[in-house]
Design a protein around this ligand. Sequence first.
Ligand SMILES: Cc1cc2nc3c(=O)[nH]c(=O)nc-3n(C[C@H](O)[C@H](O)[C@H](O)COP(=O)(O)O)c2cc1C
Length: 162
Amino acid sequence: MKALIIYISVHHGNTERVAKIMANILDADLLQVKQVDASMLEQYDLIGFGSGIFFGRHHKSLLDFVDKLPMLRDKKTFIFSTSGLRKMRFIHNFDKPLKEKLQRKRFDIIGKFSCRGFDTSWAAMIVGGINRDRPNVKDLKKAEDFTKKILGTPYLFPDLGS
Ligand SMILES: Cc1cc2nc3c(=O)[nH]c(=O)nc-3n(C[C@H](O)[C@H](O)[C@H](O)COP(=O)(O)O)c2cc1C
């Protein structure tokens, strides 16, 4: 199983810390979105996409990248993020834009992961920044458990089924 993680982490490197743990467990290639060309994706069985959340969605460069991809029928994928605030249905449903773009390209989304990250955006700075020291050990352990679950997904290895 060949895995690739595509990410961008611009604010405090929060998402990069999560991405590195995931890549380690999956023995995945870890590349920033600017380093990836669409033609490279075909060779991978599993592709993870991650970034911080900005204005209620994943980073624009990640969303733009997915927009430019060709149809990748049934390619297994997972998405992840770090954010200042937790996800809230209807008002802060930040996975939705990336999820919909991937589905339009016929990706098969097999998992989603999110945890809080240190945030010093202007809104958070009113209180001196939020989520100091996050992702913390507990967050990274959750990322590790999530990735192990992904790795154990039986349909990532269709040839091994009886
Ligand atoms: C300009 C800006 C906008 C942001 N918008 C949101 C937002 O809409 N929702 C949220 O939960 N966090 C928001 N954040 C916080 C980031 O998502 C959070 O700090 C994240 O962990 C950054 O990840 P990174 O360090 O990997 O780039 C924003 C941060 C910045 C700087």
